[in-house]
Design a protein around this ligand. Structure first.
Ligand code: 13P
Length: 247
């Protein structure tokens, strides 16, 4: 059985100014020649500068969202083509904060994935249940439904990652225990295999939600965890490096 190459991605969300590039450079220096794939997804306005600052390093730069269309009258939006043009290699799509605040549906996320593929960006597609859904015993149903609805068939043979981010674990300091993570990641893997065949064994399934240096090793060694999508703890190079080193 093949296994995925681990990916640790930092999602800066709406944090970071031009002087935060120093943190990204410190990450690039600190990772050296690691075998782990590392990415930072800063606010889009920093992507071009960060791509230049990290050129030649092991750290890839990614976007946090992309519009489903390439161009058009969409004030304030940014297309996948623009992200790629600015140097991004990956893009986070369907983050729960966007599904919630901007009412993004599975169908819209799937269209955004197609846009990413058109421009050679590796999508990191986020899924995850709310606490209410978990308490109702619906976590697996919700998450596998999001995987089926948000991942278009065109992903077959392409590089992509899925990130399981329980909504109740994001920014709260709460995390599921390893059996809970393994149950959901196992269900995602089975769904991916049903959709894309055995080749889906190499798709990294990232865990996200309150990952920090003190819990990273435990979470990253859970079965079917192929890396992490890190929010708050990715803003400080020392913390992000500690998480990368915990793989
Ligand atoms: P935190 O690591 O801050 O909980 O955020 C997780 C997340 O939403 C990453 O996309």
């Amino acid at each position: 059985m093949k296994s995925p190459t681990p990916l640790i991605a930092g999602n800066w969300k709406m944090n970071g100014l031009a002087n935060s590039l120093a943190e990204a450079k410190a990450v690039a220096q600190g990772v050296g020649a690691t075998q782990v794939r590392v990415a930072i997804c800063p606010p889009s306005i920093l992507i071009a500068q960060m791509s230049e600052a990290l050129a030649g390093s092991k750290v890839l730069v990614g976007g946090q969202d992309a519009h489903a269309d390439d161009t058009g009258a969409f004030t304030g939006d940014i297309s996948a083509e623009m992200l790629a043009d600015a140097g991004a290699k990956l893009v986070i799509l369907g983050h729960s904060e966007r599904r919630d605040a901007y009412r993004e549906s599975d169908a819209l996320v799937a269209k955004k994935v197609l846009a990413a593929l058109r421009h050679g960006l590796e999508p990191i597609i986020c899924v995850g249940e709310t606490l209410e859904q978990r308490n109702a015993g619906k976590a697996l149903e919700v998450v596998t439904g999001q995987v089926r609805g948000s991942l278009p068939a065109e992903l077959k043979g392409k590089a992509f990652a899925v990130a399981y981010e329980p909504v109740w674990a994001i920014g709260t300091g709460l995390t599921p225990n390893n059996p809970q993570i393994e149950e959901v990641h196992g269900a995602i893997r089975e769904t991916l295999k049903a959709m894309f065949g055995e080749e889906a064994e190499v798709v990294p399934i990232l865990y996200g939600g309150s990952v920090k240096p003190s819990n990273a090793a435990e979470i990253l060694h859970a079965r079917e965890v192929g890396g992490a999508l890190v929010g708050g703890a990715s803003l400080k190079a020392a913390d992000f490096l500690a998480i990368i080193q915990a793989v």
